[in-house]
Design a protein around this ligand. Structure first.
Ligand code: NAD
Ligand code: GLY
Length: 360
């Protein structure tokens, strides 16, 4: 088992990575002296893993479950309310613990509900997608979408512990593995060119979920993310770089309808658009753009989207959380492995979108 420390100032915690480690949930509930537990999962993950986890938890403390409808389209207030109603109905108190069992959608919703129930109770992340294991379960961003945009409402609420069991990835559809690889490639692009090179060397083994290789890479991404989050928990500066590709990606998700493109797919497409923007600004070489494009393709991610309107995309990006007074801020690469946040002249963004398949 690999242990990684997330050293956020007031609430440090550990990430445990390994095979067959779900039983740790029981010992963690004991350590937390939980008065009761609520497993939050969804209609896909529940039938696969809820009974096993429920048995582990019930051996320690009274545990109930709630299954949300599956999908990004349900990352909304109705789902948050389902969790809050369940907590209130089971008489959960301030010592109760929420267990988020699922991908990034379940993790963000369960964490958000935990952050507002009785002004905040503890929660454990048990991420079951590759994307959630390398990204969304770490760092304490929680929330939900609104028709106005992605993750528009939410909170920073760190989990008490993250327990990421690599065995559960075996039931993931291939498309979801690719989506997770999108965020992994993002980590290499924004923070570590050696890690990017490691991905170039192993992409096919990663797609096949080869145990040893996937374990190293999940740990590598968690280390990159936890270092950034430990330095800047609430995104006052450096943390914004974790959103490389997301300004473009969130607009794709919004304009195509949440759930049509997977989040990691939209981010993958956004990563190439961000690299191309960097090339136009003279910060990224043509060779680096080509490397990014090739790696995304090898991860089986889409690199173009045809037919979206440039005006609609610009409008959607103005609503991004990094925009101030309608000015869009982009995360950009300063060569592979380095990143910064900047405004970009609108005509450059329009050119990049046009070349990327958008229509005027
Ligand atoms: P997801 O949660 O929708 O999961 C993808 C699909 O896989 C779902 O259908 C789910 O039911 C299914 N699934 C999950 N685990 C499974 C398993 N082990 N076996 C079979 N099927 C399984 O999507 P995701 O890609 O995990 O997460 C995307 C979400 O994460 C987005 O909403 C995004 O905004 C959010 N996100 C948050 C952060 C953060 O820092 N909080 C970071 C990145 C992404
Ligand atoms: N996924 C962006 C962040 O956690 O800050």
């Amino acid at each position: 088992m690999i242990t990684i420390d997330v050293n956020v100032k007031n609430s440090p915690y550990k990430i445990y990575l390994g095979e067959n480690i779900l039983s740790l949930i029981g010992s963690e509930l004991q350590k937390l002296k939980a008065s009761s537990a609520l497993i939050v999962t969804n209609t896909t993950v529940g039938p696969l893993y809820e009974e096993q986890i429920s048995n582990i938890c019930n051996a320690v403390v009274r545990t109930e479950s709630v299954r949300l409808p599956d999908g990004e389209a349900y990352k909304n207030w109705d789902s948050v309310l389902m969790i809050l109603n369940k907590l209130a109905g089971m008489k959960a108190d301030r010592k109760s613990v929420v267990i988020a069992l699922g991908g990034g959608v379940v993790g963000d919703l369960a964490g958000f509900a935990a952050s507002i129930y009785m002004r905040g109770i503890r929660f454990i992340q048990v991420p079951t997608t590759l994307l959630a294991q390398v990204d969304s379960s770490v760092g304490g961003k929680t929330g939900m979408n609104m028709p106005y945009g992605k993750n528009m409402v939410g909170s920073f609420h760190q989990p008490s512990v993250v327990i990421a069991d690599s065995n559960v990835l075996r039931t993931l559809p291939a498309r979801e593995i690719s989506a997770g690889l999108g965020e992994i490639i993002k980590h290499g692009m924004l923070a570590d060119k050696d890690y990017f090179a490691e991905l170039e060397a192993k992409m096919e083994q990663l797609r096949e979920l080869e145990a040893e290789e996937i374990a190293k890479i999940v740990a590598g991404s968690c280390r990159i993310k936890s270092a950034v989050v430990s330095e800047d928990e609430k995104e006052a500066g450096r943390r914004a770089c974790l959103n490389l590709g997301h300004t473009f990606g969130h607009a794709i998700e919004k304009l195509t309808g949440y759930g049509t493109w997977l989040h990691g797919e939209a981010v993958g497409c956004g990563l190439l658009l961000a690299a191309q923007t960097g090339r136009k600004l003279g910060k990224v070489s043509e060779e680096e753009v080509n490397k990014v494009e090739l790696l995304l393709k090898r991860a089986n991610l889409p690199t173009r989207i045809e037919g979206l309107s440039i005006d609609d995309a610009i409008e959607a990006m103005r609503g991004d959380k990094k925009s101030t007074s309608g000015v869009i801020h982009f995360v950009l690469m300063d060569g592979l492995g380095k990143s910064y946040v900047s405004e970009v002249p609108e005509e450059i963004i329009r050119e990049v979108l046009l070349e990327g398949g958008y229509k005027p």
